[in-house]
Design a protein around this ligand. Structure first.
Ligand code: HEC
Ligand code: HEC
Length: 344
């Protein structure tokens, strides 16, 4: 009894002292999650004319062999540019990998699941000496020199390239226009980004609890780090290998480092709750499956699995809170990427 008053006093003091820095820390904490401006290479500044042209090119089957398939033929416009089959189908039949989303791809420091391309420009496959969808025999299978000729023979494209670059279509300009378009696909209007910007009502209580789980008990933020939700690194998280490939060594094919066996690039997660599939081989089709995979500690039998993947012991309610947070990362605008109104 004798100590009650001072104890109570101490309690209040601790509480007040503890709360002040907490609310400040919390605000700073949120700022850490704000998506930064998109990095733009010095030799390819953004312009409306360029991204409009890139949008048209991404939806044009004339960029492929026999006018058969466009970029958007594999990267589904209504699911943030993610593939509509677990593995993509190109000129060479079924590929070994799922077509990843275009949403926030502009932030990656390397492209493809194994990071073998250094920029969005290089990724397209239009640049000399770089294999990518336009030129890859198994994808669009095009002869890029012939495509350049074809585009310059279409008056509206010729005009579009002159407006964007002041010159005819070239291999470089095709790559630059498509990359400039991809740099416009940023999930700034997702409820989570609105919340980070100060709209406290943008997240439901469940999504807020999910956000805490994401960075605390569920350990997602260890790899899906703020602000991009990717560490731009490669990890083996024990995803089951499905599809035509018996084995996909992932990053190992690029580095030949044993530690990279079965490691894939950490994706940015924005819009992922609306993808029809996920993971390098499209192994999962619902967020529930993804969370269950992490919850059971991935695949403990996988000798190369990252040490950060271990059983999480999430309750049913925690799983559904985490899913509510994952849904708050979806920018509805980017699930409605339309075909350009005017095609050349
Ligand atoms: C035949 C289907 C298909 C077509 C057509 C296609 N892609 Fe892809 N795309 C894929 C697949 C599959 C991957 C993953 C391949 C890998 O990681 O090895 C991919 C990867 C990408 C990536 C990397 C994203 C990341 O997370 O690293 C981008 C960007 C991309 N494609 C853009 C394009 C563009 C632009 C075009 C048109 C020039 C295009 N794609 C055409 C199937 C396709
Ligand atoms: C050890 C690093 C690591 C941790 C921890 C981690 N992830 Fe991942 N995440 C990855 C990598 C790497 C991939 C891609 C793996 C693959 O394709 O084989 C991935 C893929 C995903 C995907 C699929 C997205 C897409 O575009 O295909 C989702 C969703 C996801 N993670 C959510 C989570 C959640 C939720 C947590 C916490 C429970 C979490 N991750 C924890 C590294 C991690």
């Amino acid at each position: 009894m004798k100590y009650a008053a001072p104890t109570l006093f101490m309690c209040i003091l601790t509480l007040v002292a503890g709360m002040l820095p907490f609310s400040k820390a919390n605000a700073e904490d949120l700022a850490d999650w704000k998506l930064p401006p998109v990095p733009v290479p010095a030799d390819n500044p953004q312009s409306k004319a360029k991204s409009t042209l890139g949008h048209q090119l991404a939806f044009d089957i004339r960029l492929s062999k026999n006018n058969s398939i466009s970029c958007a033929g594999c990267h589904l416009p209504f699911a943030g540019g993610g593939g509509h089959t677990p593995r993509s189908f190109g000129q060479g039949g079924e590929l070994g990998r799922w077509a990843p989303s275009w949403v926030n791809a502009a932030y990656y420091t390397s492209l493809f699941w194994d990071g073998r391309a250094a920029s969005l420009e290089e990724q397209t496959g239009a640049l000399p000496g770089h294999m990518g969808p336009i030129s890859a025999p198994g994808e669009m299978g095009g002869d890029v020199t012939a495509i350049v000729k074809k585009l310059n023979a279409i008056p509206a494209y010729k005009k579009g390239f002159h407006k964007a670059f002041g010159e005819d279509a070239t291999r470089q300009n095709i790559a630059k226009a498509i990359a400039a378009y991809e740099r416009t696909l940023i999930a700034r209007h997702s409820p989570f980004q609105r919340y980070v910007d100060g709209d406290k009502k943008a997240l439901s209580p469940a999504a807020k609890r999910g956000f805490n789980l994401f960075r605390d008990k569920a350990q997602c933020a260890a790899c899906h780090t703020p602000p991009l939700l990717t560490d731009n690194a490669f990890h083996n998280i024990g995803v089951p290998q499905v599809g035509p490939l018996k084995e996909d060594t992932g990053r190992y094919a690029v580095t030949h480092d044993e530690d990279d066996k079965g490691a894939f690039k950490t994706p940015t997660l924005y819009n992922s709750a609306s993808f029809l599939f996920s993971m390098h081989d499209g192994a999962f089709s619902t967020m529930e499956q993804v969370i269950d995979h992490y919850n059971k500690g991935g695949d403990p039998k996988n000798a190369h699995q990252d040490d950060l993947i271990e059983p999480l012991h999430l309750t049913k309610k925690e799983k559904s809170d985490l899913i509510a947070f994952m849904k708050s990362l979806t920018d509805p605008k980017l699930n409605r990427i339309h075909r350009p109104r005017h095609m050349p």
